[in-house]
Design a protein around this ligand. Structure first.
Ligand code: AMP
Ligand code: ZN
Ligand code: FE
Ligand code: FE
Length: 298
């Protein structure tokens, strides 16, 4: 693997494990990535770095690079998610921040379940949490509980009938502002990047202006390569990355069997994230925990 040309090595910098809303344990995910021939994987669970240590251990064992990451949602008119890479997980402030975010999630889950109960849907928080297998429960776990108990047909139906924006059991989660989210990731030595810009649902001009603002807060990267992009969208995002001097990141947003149409590394079939993306990211962070041994990453 190490002798291969960088251009022939592929990676995936956006994946979810059972610590958030993915179906695979950290070990399973890393072994799966290895079986697909990937050279490196970033674990980017929602609001937690709980899977990172196990994933790194497994990666060291079988010979695949694992990068410590996280994904957080910040307050915005549409879906604005931030990815943080190379976080110093031993740094107290980031752990505290993620704890606060998880608390906000728990509070929201409890509002949603209460509301569902009022609507005659009989599910409990315990049932929802049991779906999270010790990880963090969110709307996907509530949706799966609704499916299992026969209240809805499938996940999409659960969001359409109850959980989606504007639906009867929708509650907004308290979030950090974009400026706060970026600052927190930077404070812990991480590289903050905008995740899946297509979900922002913006025109090129709107995105251009948003990126200008976020760069002002310290944004360093943009996920220009993403499983859901058309080739044209990727081209535009790469252009915007260049214009704003942003690092390019890329990934599939793998969730295992919970999003069966998305495969690790290849996304919907044609995704390719070259290893050089990771090399550029590493170059941007001159921190001891990045250049040092991988087991210090957690
Ligand atoms: P949460 O972080 O708890 O707000 O849940 C967000 C997750 O719910 C997203 O990552 C999606 O996987 C899922 N989700 C959000 N909206 C929908 C939808 N309309 N249909 C299916 N899944 C959705
Ligand atoms: Zn997710
Ligand atoms: Fe996301
Ligand atoms: Fe994601």
């Amino acid at each position: 693997m190490t002798n291969m040309n960088e251009d022939e090595k592929y990676i995936d910098l956006h994946t979810h494990t059972t610590s958030s809303d993915g179906s695979m344990t950290p070990e399973e995910l890393i072994r799966h990535a290895y079986s697909k021939g990937l050279a490196a994987v970033a674990i980017t669970d929602h609001d937690t770095i709980g899977a990172v240590e196990q994933a790194i251990e497994e990666g060291n064992k079988i010979g695949i690079e694992v990068i410590a990451g996280v994904e957080i949602s910040v307050d915005f008119s549409t879906e604005l998610h931030l990815l943080g890479y190379f976080l110093n997980g031993g740094y107290e402030p980031i752990l505290r921040m993620l704890k606060v975010l998880r608390k906000m999630r728990e509070q929201r889950n409890s509002k949603v379940v209460n509301k569902l109960n009022e609507l005659g849907v009989s599910i409990s928080l315990d049932e929802v949490n049991s779906k999270a297998a010790g990880g963090i429960a969110g709307r996907p776990h509530i949706a799966r509980t609704l499916v299992e108990k026969g209240y809805v047909e499938d996940m999409v139906d659960a969001f359409d009938k109850y959980l989606g924006v504007g639906k009867p059991a929708y509650f907004k989660k308290s979030k950090l502002t974009p400026r706060e989210g970026i600052a927190e990731i930077l404070r812990s030595g991480g590289i903050p990047a905008v995740a899946h810009p297509i979900y922002l649902d913006m025109t090129y001009e709107q995105l251009d202006s948003l990126l200008g603002e976020l760069v002002g807060y310290g944004l360093m990267g943009i996920e220009a390569i993403y499983a859901g992009n058309t080739d044209e969208q990727t081209a535009q995002l790469l252009e915007l990355a260049k214009k704003h001097h942003l690092l390019v990141t890329g990934g599939s947003d793998f969730h295992g069997s919970y999003k069966p149409d998305i495969e690790i590394g290849s996304g919907r079939g044609s995704l390719k994230v070259p290893y050089s993306v990771l090399t550029e990211l590493r170059r941007a962070v001159q921190k001891p925990w990045v250049t040092g041994k991988t087991h210090e990453l957690i």
